[in-house]
Design a protein around this ligand. Structure first.
Ligand code: CA2
Length: 147
């Protein structure tokens, strides 16, 4: 059955800097561009997104807690916290939300510490290396799997 609740899009630390530095890795798209892309993708499917970005682990955890029962799913680029945070993993488990883990870059083509994810095994899917298209695919998939 289809779900009318919004999809939560969370971006973690330093992703507010997108489009300003390291374009060779992360491209020239800004966070605002990505959030607008997510809004447009959801709108095409008759849905809404709620977008949240924070550089603070606790703030991300609080936002995930608040999402329990109120959103249909979670698209999250937890940035570097992906590779370190048991606490964010535990928050996703506690919130009981379907998660798609997204990364702009292909983390498996980068340093070994980026190959570790505390989220991948509790995610529906991991999308890494598709740039902003990864967010689009994640939203589409979360909506498609409801039916
Ligand atoms: O590829 C991704 O999306 C990452 O989640 C981005 C994180 C990185 O720690 C992960 O390993 C992979 C870092 C985001 C930093 O974003 C910046 C953007 C512009 C300038 C500087 C950093």
């Amino acid at each position: 059955m289809s779900d009318n609740r919004p999809i939560l899009v969370v971006n973690g630390p330093n992703l507010n800097l997108l489009g300003t530095r390291q374009p060779e890795i992360y491209g020239s798209t800004t966070l605002a561009d990505i959030e607008n892309l997510c809004r447009g993708t959801a709108a095409d499917l008759g849905r809404k997104v709620e977008c949240f970005q924070s550089n603070h682990e606790g703030a991300i955890i609080d936002r995930i807690h608040a999402a329990r029962g109120t959103v249909a799913g979670l698209v999250m680029n937890a940035g570097a916290y992906t590779h370190t945070s048991v606490a964010i993993r535990d928050a996703v488990l506690a919130a009981e939300l379907p998660l798609i883990e997204v990364h702009l870059s292909n983390v498996h083509a980068r340093e070994p510490f980026r190959h570790v994810s505390y989220l991948a095994d509790i995610a529906v899917a991991v999308i890494s290396g598709l740039g902003p298209d990864g967010y689009v695919a994640a939203i589409r998939h979360l909506v498609a799997r409801e039916t």
